[in-house]
Design a protein around this ligand. Structure first.
Ligand SMILES: [Zn+2]
Length: 180
């Protein structure tokens, strides 16, 4: 029909489409990267959230992985230096196992604002469905940190440790290491 405007894709849709790469999502190298960072020492809720979030991203063809859960003193100081954190040791939820950084496989933190906004929407939906209260670093007023997710009110919630890795998890790790 003449005269009717071409429908414009909303910016978030374009950004979401740009993140899709099923070849990478189905690759063993991504799978290996996804299991390289152990959630050991973290709260069970942040682990459940992160794993469900990454699974949801996988389903949508978006290659992401947990770059960091728990951060000890040395790692916290390194993160501070690298600009991945603005907190000294003891002041970050990563130091007590209540946070996770989820980054793109290949581009890491180098996503556009619109692309990170897509991540924010998907992550919040995953958390809502599982009734896990999280705060997204993309909503921080102090320092914008869109890779970062933490348990809401982490300073006052009781720590529930992630149980020992299940048999299934250990098998996945073993399989990935063998096929490296
Ligand atoms: Zn973080």
């Amino acid at each position: 029909m003449s005269g009717s405007p071409t429908p414009q894709k909303p910016p978030h849709r374009t950004a979401a489409d740009g993140l899709v790469d099923y070849n990478v999502v189905n690759s063993l190298k991504l799978r290996n990267r996804q299991i390289a960072c152990s959630p050991a020492g973290s709260d069970v809720r942040i682990v459940e959230f992160a794993q469900a979030f990454i699974k949801e991203l996988d389903k949508r063809g978006m290659p992401f992985f947990a770059h960091c859960y728990l951060r000890g003193k040395a790692a916290q100081e390194a993160a501070l230096k690298a600009g991945h954190s603005n907190a000294g040791f003891g002041r970050s939820p990563h130091n007590v196992g209540m946070a996770v950084d989820i980054v793109h496989f290949g581009r890491f933190w180098e996503l556009t604002r619109d692309e990170w906004a897509v991540l924010g929407l998907i992550g919040k939906e995953v958390a809502r469905k599982r009734c896990i209260k999280v705060t997204w670093g993309g909503d921080f007023r102090s320092i914008w940190d869109p890779a970062h997710w933490e348990l809401a009110n982490w300073r006052t919630v009781d720590f529930i440790p992630w149980p020992k890795p299940s048999k299934e998890w250990r098998q996945i790790v073993k399989y990935a290491k063998q096929s490296d």
